[in-house]
Design a protein around this ligand. Sequence first.
Ligand SMILES: Cc1cc2nc3c(=O)[nH]c(=O)nc-3n(C[C@H](O)[C@H](O)[C@H](O)COP(=O)(O)OP(=O)(O)OC[C@H]3O[C@@H](n4cnc5c(N)ncnc54)[C@H](O)[C@@H]3O)c2cc1C
Length: 389
Amino acid sequence: MDLAYTPEQQAFRKEARVWLEANVPTAPLASFDTKEGFEAHRAWERTLHAGGFAMVPWPVEYGGRGADLLQWLVFEEEYYRAGAPARVNQNGIFLLGPTLMEYGTPEQKTRFLPKMASSEEIWCQGWSEPNAGSDMAAIQTTAVRDGDQFVVNGQKTWASRGAYAHWLFGLFRTDPQSQRHHGLSFLLLPMDLPGMTVRPIRKIDGKAAFAEIFFDDVRVPAANLLGPEGEGWNVAMATAGFERGLMLRSPARFQSTASRLLRLYRATVGRGDPVAPGMRERVARCWMDAEAYCLNTYQTVSKLLSGGRIGAEASLNKIFWSELDVRMHELALELLGPRAELLPSAPAAGDVGSWLDGFLFALSGPIYAGTNQIQRNIIAERILGLPRK
Ligand SMILES: Cc1cc2nc3c(=O)[nH]c(=O)nc-3n(C[C@H](O)[C@H](O)[C@H](O)COP(=O)(O)OP(=O)(O)OC[C@H]3O[C@@H](n4cnc5c(N)ncnc54)[C@H](O)[C@@H]3O)c2cc1C
């Protein structure tokens, strides 16, 4: 195996680096959990799209540049290196986009992918319900066929960026008599359909990070069904594979945090501040784990490029990155000591940066995209072959 980058990949890296250095906003954008920040992130996405970097591995006709997934990894490395804004359409471009490529009809691909790549349309994910979180097969929201439409009734919750998004993809029970994984279908819904009520859910910081969505006889064209009717579970598992196993959290995100952690450690030691015994080894361990996650992802991509699929091992991946992220942020707070609680704007903040915000978000990593307890169940049953009880 040749682990070196090809001249083409090196040239692409250089091109991406030069473009990002010239275009990444110098001041951080407001949080995309606010209306103002959401629109500022959309404007950034338009710039990315105009530069040809919105979704590099997608075909040109869908708004990409026809690169492969290895180039996408290179781009992600450059993206995080440049400190570029978080991707406001991540549920669209990283989760639904690849699912549409696999299951969409030609009409659906042409209709949805280009506007997703340009972020003209931002997507949210409607899977969770009040009584169906970890146990997604308990979904109760119904979508009953009526001629060339589905009539949707019920409630979804925890839809990230649902307060501002334009479209929702979700799983609905199209066969009301069905049980568990059977009789579910994957539907695509504009958020402004009559009978749809979107209620923002505010986080502890007051920002509307989520929405709960109520459906009251909402009529959706049957043409918005993705994949076969009644087989939405399989379509959703493909989405979950991209979410947990590859695209939602690329290794560059964690390598960038590991590098910042290393810099924080060096600065702390350089100032002569006391550090706990074993801190050096714990920081080094995090850095090595981020590198290991990167190599593992290159392996996953090689497998995909040679025709393989992402299977249950996506669950191993998800546990690894989410727990690593928590560990890195915990170490940073430990290094910062009492200063960790200061806002970056406080006079005594020094190099406190965004570690506290990052820590709070890292704590949600073991919950979203399927909790880590559930991922451990999947590993036990589907990889290790252990009995269900
Ligand atoms: C930041 C964030 C963003 C999110 N974004 C979205 C989104 O965009 N769209 C969306 O649909 N959802 C979203 N969610 C919701 C997320 O998918 C759910 O929170 C998650 O699936 C857990 O479901 P729950 O909250 O109902 O917890 P529950 O399912 O009630 O679980 C509670 C606890 O019990 C444990 N548990 C449950 N069942 C088992 C079991 N069989 N074995 C072992 N332990 C078990 C769980 O691990 C957890 O610790 C988001 C969540 C967060 C935190």
